[in-house]
Design a protein around this ligand. Structure first.
Ligand code: NAD
Length: 482
């Protein structure tokens, strides 16, 4: 069995507690590695190392910081296959998805911020003939970075890259459920020659390793991605300490389909938007709203397409739907399907585990992609985040009803709108309460654009300039020019 270690001050080390957690392969249900069960002592070591490295790293010329991060990107690309297999084994997602999306995006995150800092600029304001004001943007210090299990390396590097690029040092706490690619990243950082202490990775559970990081007085900025309830806990701890906070939280995203669409063309994309990574992407559309003129035909065609998805061993290159990430996630999904039945929903496909899995996967956490109709908009299944392969489909009669339904939850992360009517697309896009709105596409990301949620989906934005701002403190210098 492989033993994952913490990455602190440039070295791979065990947790002080000497305890470890089992890391389970979702496709088989069996533990295949151990993860350090770290606590406040390990977090303390990591923060001290990051503090020790801060002054030198902050003063390292941007061109050199850029080279360091580009070396890491090169090594991620070199190790694409190894990382993709590790991510698939840890998370249950099809290896083809990890190879095509997760790992290339992790490299792109480093490349993007490594080059962005080369084009940095600062404003100057001339106050008549009396003064020149200019703005310095200073690295904040040690950044605390906490990430979830659904896109383990992709989301972790989305935080690490801008934090380091702007001259901060960091302590990262990956999800304890999917620690392997973060561990492989620590080895890559060592090989790339990243100075000790610039990045530290502490493994362990939220309460025992994440919470001390959030509460640490020497960590002025926390960037968190995860569930809304956890985000609220983190905000409660960090707010009285006036920490800089970025919270990327849950969603219940609407997919709004108007009657004028070309169903043949968009159906594969709608299926992907609903079930990519077994529906375990915060941006997946879990509530499909369809104009009534198209509704019956849509449900039939959509269900046929969903039933054609290949569910199976994530290591099989033909697999389109792998395993859910954990037994508890599987139980949660099952309980929501039961609830959908209780709430009067009609299960149009799925609703149970597949019966034809290969022998290796019989104890794995699999669930068929599931489509539910006939649910009221205010029932729990249509309001609460399930974060699994379950979507609902509901009809609407008018544009204003579509907007009301789209906005009718506590969340506001993402939405997609499908129509050929350009005016309507812009109108509905601007009326939907979502931080990210895709029109006739889904998950088409430009890393320069702001990313994040409205309402209970989060506070703050990541991506491009927003990330560069989050990790730096503006300081105005006013020079008198008599
Ligand atoms: P989670 O909130 O349970 O855990 C996320 C991370 O926080 C993990 O590393 C965990 O160990 C840590 N954590 C847990 N309790 C903590 C505490 N008290 N203090 C500090 N850290 C703590 O979320 P999850 O189950 O790993 O991920 C799924 C959730 O993430 C879903 O709600 C999904 O929508 C959300 N998500 C949001 C985005 C986004 O960009 N908005 C992206 C991906 C996932």
């Amino acid at each position: 069995m492989q033993h994952i270690e913490n990455y602190i001050n440039g070295e791979l080390v065990a947790a002080h507690s000497k305890r470890s957690l089992h890391n389970v392969e979702p496709a088989t249900g069996e533990a295949y590695s151990t993860t350090p069960d770290s606590d406040e002592r390990d977090v303390g070591d990591a923060v001290r190392a990051a503090q020790g490295a801060f002054e030198n790293w902050r003063l390292t010329p941007a061109s050199e910081r850029s080279c360091q991060l580009l070396r890491i990107a090169d090594l991620i690309e070199r190790d694409l296959d190894v990382l993709a297999e590790a991510e698939s084994r840890d998370n249950g997602k099809p290896v083809s998805l990890a190879r095509a999306v997760d790992i290339p995006r992790a490299a792109a995150n480093f490349r993007f911020f490594a080059t962005a800092i080369l084009h940095d600029r600062s404003d100057a304001h001339i106050t008549d003939t009396r003064a020149i004001n200019y703005t310095l943007r200073r690295a904040r210090g040690v950044a605390g970075l906490i990430s979830p299990w659904n896109l383990p390396l992709y989301l972790l590097t989305w935080k690490i890259a801008p934090a380091l690029a702007t001259g901060n040092t960091a302590v990262a706490k990956p999800s304890e459920i999917t620690p392997m690619t973060a561990y492989l990243l620590s080895k890559i950082c060592i090989e790339a020659g990243l100075p000790p202490g610039v990045l530290n990775i502490v493994h362990g559970t939220g309460p025992s390793a994440g919470s001390p990081l959030v509460a640490h007085p020497d960590v002025p900025a926390i960037s968190f991605t995860g569930g809304t309830t956890t985000g609220a806990t983190i905000a409660r701890i960090a707010a009285p300490m006036f920490k800089k906070l970025s919270l990327e939280l849950g969603g219940k995203n609407p997919t709004v389909v108007f009657g004028d669409v070309d169903l043949d063309r968009i159906l594969p994309e709608l299926v992907r938007a609903s079930f990519a990574n077994q529906g375990q992407i915060c941006l997946c559309g879990s509530r499909i709203l369809v104009e009534r003129t198209l509704y019956e035909q849509f449900v039939d065609r959509f269900v046929d397409a969903v039933q054609a998805l290949a569910v199976g061993d994530p290591t099989d290159p033909e697999t389109q739907q792998g395993a859910l990430v954990s037994r508890s996630q599987l139980e949660k999904v099952k309980s929501y399907v039961e609830l959908a039945r209780d709430e009067g929903g009609r299960i149009r496909c799925g609703g149970h585990a597949p019966s034809d899995l290969p022998a290796r996967c019989r104890e794995g956490f699999f669930f068929l992609p599931t489509v539910v109709t006939d649910l009221a908009p205010d029932c729990r299944v249509q309001q609460e985040e399930i974060f699994g392969p379950v979507v609902t489909i509901s009809p609407f009669d008018s544009e204003s009803e579509a907007i009301d339904l789209a906005n009718g939850t506590a969340y506001g992360l993402a939405a997609s709108i499908w129509t050929h009517d350009l005016d309507r697309a812009h109108r509905v896009g601007a009326a939907v309460d979502a931080g990210v709105v895709w029109i006739n596409c889904w998950l088409l990301r430009d890393l320069r654009t702001p990313f994040g949620g409205m309402k209970q989906s989060g506070v703050g934005r990541e991506g491009g300039d927003e990330a560069l701002r989050f990790f730096t403190e503006p300081q105005n210098i006013c020079v008198h020019t008599p």
